[in-house]
Design a protein around this ligand. Structure first.
Ligand code: G3I
Length: 322
């Protein structure tokens, strides 16, 4: 049958995957599947700050460049992930802030330089950037991070302004997990986005990561949530979809998983604002889930041997219908 990519092309949407660059280099099946099944790619790790500037002023763009080149060779767009995050920061930066050798004014300059350098490097080659990632807690308060502590909440608007100045055509996103449906955290994003846009800050998109778990149920009011961001004039996207479960796998769990993938996809395709649906890896062979959630896994569309699960078929049917 047709690939996910072929169906997405027909529907005029992007179906993407996070890419593990080590797997892309070493595993021919992985490489072929990435090219065949997806028309969008996101770096799972190699565009994060600790990867691109491991020592202060010493940049390593090799893996990120490789992905951008792969995408171009295969006619894929790239989602940039991620410019401002509390995690995967380089050691020199966290240590410098912790020991006081990097103060607030210097830190602000460092952040500005980081965003400007990275966004300029890929100017015209990144369709959407996750500018700030995971800035709220579950209760809707701003997450405690070196950014909030040192710079105050204005770092968010600054980050969008700097990214926009570096590549005015890239669509700039807020991005987080547990914000698929309407809840305290997604409402905090909605209020933030509304305020920033009223102030003229260039924030154009809201990304719901979509890391679901069948044991927690499907989130409520997903369509309503996308609709309220759409009403602000924003794009929406699912940016990191996977659906984990408590192992072992059985048929009923796989069926539930398939329905969750399909429901997220349908929510996206049912919203005019949502034209991009990305999975966080497509094979269990390289999934981040088992390493983080003990006893859980099988979160992706294909098993470790690239065997397609019902979830793959569910996305195919959803794209064919959309
Ligand atoms: O590359 C090193 C390797 O050299 C070293 O030997 C090995 C030993 O631990 O670590 C390797 O780095 C790991 C990296 O993944 C690449 O495999 C890091 O330890 C590990 O922390 C890192 O995990 C990533 C995680 O983000 C970090 O927070 C996951 O792969 C990645 O899937 C995950 O992605 C995040 C999104 O960016 C944001 N949303 C949530 C999502 C899932 O947590």
């Amino acid at each position: 049958g047709p690939s996910l990519r072929a169906l997405a092309d027909r529907a005029g949407v992007r179906v993407g995957t996070a890419v593990d660059m080590a797997a892309l280099a070493d595993d021919r099946t992985y490489r072929g599947t990435t090219a065949r099944e997806f028309n969008s790619v996101t770096a799972e790790n190699v565009m994060k700050w600790e990867s691109v500037e491991p020592q202060r002023g010493v940049y390593d763009w090799k893996a990120a460049d490789d992905l951008v080149r792969f995408a171009r060779a295969n006619g894929q767009v790239v989602r940039g992930h991620t410019l401002v995050w509390h995690s995967q920061l380089p050691g020199w930066l966290t240590a410098g802030v912790a020991d006081g050798s990097i103060g607030a004014a210097e830190l602000r300059g460092i952040l500005r330089k980081h965003i400007t350098t990275q966004v300029k490097r890929y100017k015209g080659k990144i369709q959407q950037w996750d500018v700030v990632n995971e800035v709220f807690e579950e209760d809707g308060s701003l997450r405690n991070s070196i950014w909030l502590q040192q710079l105050g909440p204005s770092y968010i608007a600054d980050a969008f302004r700097w990214a926009h100045a570096a590549d005015p055509k890239a669509k700039l996103f807020l991005n987080d997990y547990n914000v698929e449906g309407v809840n305290a955290k997604s409402t905090a994003y909605y209020e933030l986005a509304k305020r920033l846009r009223a102030e003229g800050v260039p924030v154009q998109g809201f990304g719901a990561q979509g890391h679901l778990a069948i044991q927690y149920g499907f989130p409520g009011q997903v369509a309503e949530n996308l609709a309220r961001f759409e009403a602000l004039g924003m794009r929406t996207a699912f940016t990191e979809v996977d659906v984990r479960m408590i192992l072992p796998v059985d048929e009923a769990k796989q069926a539930t998983q398939a329905s969750y993938y399909r429901k997220l996809l349908d929510a996206c395709l049912g919203a005019r604002s949502c034209r991009s649906f990305t999975v966080w890896g497509f094979t269990d062979r390289y999934s981040w889930v088992p390493g983080v959630f003990e006893g859980q896994g099988s979160a992706t569309l294909m098993d470790e041997e690239y065997g397609r699960k019902p979830a793959y078929g569910a996305l195919r049917e959803g794209l064919a219908a959309g």
